[in-house]
Write a protein that binds this ligand. Sequence first.
Ligand code: SF4
Length: 222
Amino acid sequence: MTATRQPAAWLESARRGQTTAADLRAAAERCRACDLWRRGTQTVFGEGPARPRVVCVGEQPGDREDRAGRPFVGPAGRLLDEALERVGIARDGVWVTNAVKHFKWKERGKRRIHEKPSPNEVRACRPWLLAEIAALQPDLVVCLGATAAQSLLGPRFRVTKDRGRVVGAPGLPPIVATVHPSSLLRAPDAATRRRERARFEADLRGVASLLQKAPRRAARRA
Ligand code: SF4
């Protein structure tokens, strides 16, 4: 298989069980399916164990992730790690990734400021996310924020209304959506931050409880 195939072709291959997450990572390095590759330093593909129980999906890599080439290595990632630990979800069973694999940013002085990806960019990158999930076959997917949730569940899905609830989508494992941990960092004051953090952890506690009840997927590929 050549690395120049389009993301949709990789998705088909992953669905047939012919592609691993490592194959996808290598192919996505050369992706040109939307213009974001021109601005980002590199493709930031997901990472984690070969057989994760959970795939956590964020929006897109941030400035630090773009430079490091790794997802969730900044303050939001630390917050996610702490929350997972507090609710009893083993971090070594979690794969972290993003709905969009290149950093979209605008310049402000010397800083690169996050810019929300457009619906077209999210759509262009969606096959990579679906392929990742197909190759990994987790028991559950956790969408962190609206971009991830809408990528997998459609534009009408509202995290504010349906957070913490298990949602089904054709061909995908059960999905739970909650807020992106970066939203907690942006809380206007300490009381709001504490309250929102407690809600975030309550959503993840629901995920932990589902994982305890759900049998591990038996027929994963080696
Ligand atoms: S953001 Fe996604 S679709 Fe766009 S170039 Fe990067 S990897 Fe490809």
